[in-house]
Design a protein around this ligand. Structure first.
Ligand SMILES: Nc1nc2c(ncn2[C@@H]2O[C@H](COP(=O)(O)OP(=O)(O)O)[C@@H](O)[C@H]2O)c(=O)[nH]1
Ligand SMILES: [Mg+2]
Ligand SMILES: [Zn+2]
Length: 294
């Protein structure tokens, strides 16, 4: 954990990129991460415990995060969640607001300064329960893809993941079920990248909890019954690297849509219309990660 040197009473060091910022800054001027992460952890005298969400472009990260945050802030599953700053509520608002209008939320921009860094402090509603820092930069998949292809293009992603205690890896189960090898191959790249980031000693398996989340499971309901079996069949490369390198991995199916309709936009492209929201399997991966870290 980075702490400010004794002399610097008027500056603080960003937890993610470790660069200096004025003490009063709300967002880091360099990587736009929430500065409350460092201030609150120091004030509460505890180590930050970061959980992050990653996945390819278009797998459903924004939608998933929006629903997870909304459920947490409504105290679902006996959690207590405190949003830190208006920017944390924005993501949730965009997602829930869009779906009420029966459209999917707009795509996340690629520039780091337009990412939604959502920061929630989460704890179970029990006496003396530990607090967790749910820090989720709703990053564009392209940025992640660029970093995974050639490490250090997006240093922020690297430093975030190196400080991450647990990770949710989202994969497009609908595309995988249709026979596309892309979700499996991209997932394999992500897992390889995580393997390098988390490795303590060469050859040792990774103990950080990793939840592989099978998104858009409404397209392939069989994944709800048996997520592990689904992954082994349709995401075999991911399954294999998990078996050989990750000691703490679990598979979950997720969907936020009860029924889809289809329409076409002005250019004649088919666009899916979410007719009604029916979130399923949203909290489970998150709960599982917490139970591993507690
Ligand atoms: N059927 C279905 N489609 C989804 C679901 N979640 C996301 N999608 C689709 O995936 C697209 C991309 O979602 P988004 O969250 O923006 O992906 P991101 O690029 O990973 O942030 C949406 O526009 C929807 O068309 C889901 O649970 N079910
Ligand atoms: Mg997005
Ligand atoms: Zn920073």
């Amino acid at each position: 954990m980075s702490t400010a040197p004794e002399t610097a009473t008027e500056s603080a060091y960003c937890l993610i990129c470790e660069r200096e910022n004025p003490d009063a800054a709300v967002l880091c001027a360099h990587c736009y991460a929430p500065m409350a992460l460092i201030h609150d952890a120091i004030r509460q005298d505890r180590e930050p415990c970061i959980i992050s969400v990653i996945g390819d472009s278009n797998v459903g990260k924004t939608v998933y995060l929006g629903f997870l945050l909304d459920m947490l802030s409504k105290r679902a599953g006996d959690f207590e969640a405190v949003p830190k700053g208006a920017y944390s509520v924005n993501l949730q608002q965009t997602v829930i607001g869009s779906l009420q209008q029966r459209v999917f939320p707009p795509k996340t921009p690629n520039e780091a300064d337009q990412w939604h860094w959502a920061y929630y402090q989460v704890a179970r509603r029990a006496k003396n329960a530990a607090w967790f820092d749910l820090v989720m930069p709703d990053m564009a998949g392209e940025a992640l893809a660029a970093e995974v292809e050639s490490p250090k293009t997006h240093a922020v992603i690297r430093s975030l993941l190196s400080k991450t205690a647990g990770c949710l890896v989202l994969v497009d189960a609908a595309a995988a079920a249709l026979g596309s090898s892309h979700p499996d191959l991209f997932g394999l790249k992500l897992m390889t990248y995580l393997d390098q980031m988390f490795a303590q000693k060469r050859g040792q398996r990774i103990y950080n909890p990793v939840a592989v989340v099978l998104c858009k499971a409404d397209y392939c309901p069989q994944s709800f019954e048996n997520p592990r079996g689904f992954a082994q069949t349709n995401l075999n490369r991911v399954w294999n690297i998990c078996e050989s390198r990750f000691a703490n991995v679990e598979f979950f199916a997720t969907s936020i849509i009860g029924a889809l309709g289809f329409s076409s936009d002005d250019d004649g492209n088919v666009v899916p219309i979410p007719l009604h929201g029916a979130p399923r399997g949203i909290l489970e991966p998150f709960e599982w990660i917490l139970s591993c870290l507690e």
